[in-house]
Ligand binder design. Structure first.
Ligand SMILES: [Zn+2]
Length: 415
C-alpha cells in the first residue's frame, strides 16, 4: 500500500478546524486545546496498531514493533505558538502518521518504527523551547530555572506540567526513549525564503547554525551638538554604525548562507543636542561551520578595533550566548537527497537558521537528518504560514522514501 499524501493534507485541515480559530492555530503546549490535538492524533494512529506511550517529559510516542528493537524515529510537534500556522510541527507529525500506516500495512518491519510528538517544542507559554526533546536528549540542565517560570497568569510551569501528568523532577527519565534509537528523521516547513527563491519544493538540511551573540559597548565623549566641530568629536555611535554595515561584508565573505545581525543599538545620553557618549550594540552571528563562525567573530572584533581607532573611541566586547553548529549524519543526508531526487528530480542542501527538535536528538548522538519543504513568502508563526498543497504532498512521499531507505540501511547492518 503506497502512502496517500492527499490524506495528510486533508487531515492537516481537519486539525486546523479542530484546534484553530480566525487568528490561526491555538495548540499551545500544556493547554486543553493541545491535549485535544493529542487525543485526535491518538485516534488517527490507532488503526495502525502502533502502541502509544507518554514518556516522563510528556512526549507522545507511537511504536510499531519490528523484528529488531533498533528504531527509526520520525519526529514532529503538534504544539503551536498562539495564533500560529497550520503546518509548523503538525506537518511532520501527520506525514509521520501516513508513513506509519504504510509501514504497518507492509507487515512487521525489520526494525522498529516510532513516531514521536515532542512536547512543547515552541516554548510559547513559558518561554522555554524544545522542552520534550531536550529532556529525551538528556541536555536539559535548567530544572532550577524551569521551576521558577510562570506564564502570563502567574501559573508556575511545574503546575501546568502536573496538570498533564508530567513531573518536572522526573522529566529527564525520558532519556531512556533514545536508548534504542538508531536514526531520527524530521520533515519540517522551511520557515524561510530560500527554497521558494530557488523555485524548489524540497531541500536537505545539513544541520543547524552555530550562534555567537555579543554585546559591544562603544565609548566616546558626550559633547554639545552645536559647539563641537565635526573633526573634534568622539562619537560612539559612529563605531556602531560602521560595524552595522561591515557585518554585511563579513557575512558575505563567510559564505554558505552565513548571517550577521546587529539587532539593536542603545545610545546615551540619547538626546538630540548631544554627541553620543556610549552606544551599546547587539550582534548575532551564525554559520554552519564552527571554524568559519569563529573567523566571522574574529573579523568583527578586528573591524571594531579599527573603527574605534578611526573614531578615537573605545570598544569592549562581552559574550551573551553561544552554541556550536550541529551537523546532521552524512549517510542520512545522502538518503534524504536520493529521496528528494526520486520524488521531485532536484534537490538542494541548506542549513537551518532556527534550532529544531532534530538538533537536540543529533546532539544526543543519534544519526539525524531533516528535510525542508518550501514555505510560501518564508512566513511562519502566523496564520499566514502556508505551503502549496502539491509541495506538501511531495514532502510526504519523500519522507516515506527516506524512511524506507533508512529502514533498509539499518536492517542491512548499517550504523
Ligand atoms: Zn516547528
Amino acid at each position: 500500500m503506497p502512502v496517500d499524501p492527499q490524506r495528510t493534507v486533508a487531515e492537516l485541515k481537519e486539525l486546523r478546524e479542530l484546534t484553530g480559530d480566525e487568528n490561526g492555530a491555538q495548540r499551545v503546549a500544556w493547554t486543553e486545546t493541545w491535549e485535544r490535538a493529542r487525543e485526535w492524533l491518538r485516534g488517527k494512529v490507532a488503526p495502525t496498531g502502533a502502541r502509544e506511550s507518554i514518556d516522563a517529559a510528556g512526549n507522545q510516542w507511537f511504536t510499531l514493533d519490528g523484528a529488531s528493537e533498533r528504531a527509526v524515529l520520525i519526529g514532529g510537534h503538534i504544539d503551536s505558538v498562539p495564533n500560529g500556522g497550520w503546518l509548523d510541527g503538525a506537518l511532520n507529525v501527520m506525514a509521520g502518521v501516513e508513513v506509519l500506516r504504510r509501514v504497518a500495512a507492509d507487515g512487521v518491519p525489520p526494525v522498529t518504527v516510532r513516531l514521536v510528538n515532542w512536547a512543547d517544542e515552541e516554548g510559547a507559554r513559558f518561554g522555554r523551547s524544545l522542552f520534550g526533546s531536550s529532556a529525551a536528549a538528556g541536555s536539559m540542565s535548567d530544572q532550577d530555572e524551569l521551576r521558577q517560570l510562570t506564564d502570563r497568569d502567574e501559573v508556575p510551569l511545574p503546575d501546568a506540567l502536573a496538570a498533564h501528568g508530567v513531573d518536572l523532577d522526573k522529566a529527564l527519565e525520558a532519556r531512556s526513549e533514545l536508548a534504542s534509537a538508531a536514526a531520527y528523521l524530521e520533515l519540517h516547513i522551511e520557515q524561510g525564503p530560500v527554497l521558494e527563491s530557488m523555485d524548489l519544493s524540497l531541500g536537505v538540511v545539513q544541520g543547524t547554525f552555530g550562534v555567537e551573540r555579543h554585546r559591544i559597548t562603544w565609548r566616546g565623549q558626550a559633547a554639545h551638538a552645536g559647539s563641537t566641530p565635526m573633526d573634534k568629536r568622539r562619537d560612539a555611535l559612529a563605531g556602531a554604525a560602521k560595524l552595522a554595515l561591515e557585518i554585511r561584508e563579513i557575512a558575505r565573505r563567510g559564505g554558505s548562507g552565513a548571517v550577521c545581525t546587529s539587532g539593536g543599538v542603545v545610545c546615551r545620553p540619547g538626546i538630540v543636542t548631544s554627541v553620543v557618549e556610549t552606544a551599546e550594540q547587539l550582534l548575532d552571528q551564525r554559520h554552519l561551520d564552527a571554524d568559519r563562525l569563529a573567523a566571522m567573530l574574529a573579523e568583527a572584533k578586528a573591524s571594531s578595533e579599527r573603527f574605534a581607532a578611526e573614531e578615537d573611541i573605545a570598544v569592549e566586547w562581552e559574550k551573551i550566548w553561544s552554541i556550536e553548529p550541529i551537523l546532521f549524519d552524512d549517510t542520512l543526508l545522502g538518503f534524504c537527497e536520493e529521496a528528494i531526487n526520486e520524488i521531485v528530480g532536484t534537490s538542494h542542501r541548506l542549513p537551518s537558521g532556527p534550532l529544531h527538535d532534530a538538533a537536540e536528538v543529533a546532539r544526543a548522538g543519534v544519526p539525524t537528518v531533516m528535510m525542508f519543504v518550501q514555505s510560501l513568502r518564508g512566513l511562519s508563526h502566523t496564520k499566514l504560514e502556508d505551503t502549496r498543497e502539491e509541495h506538501l504532498e511531495q514532502s510526504v512521499a519523500a519522507l516515506d522514501v527516506l524512511t524506507s531507505k533508512t529502514i533498509d540501511w539499518l536492517a542491512g547492518g548499517g550504523q
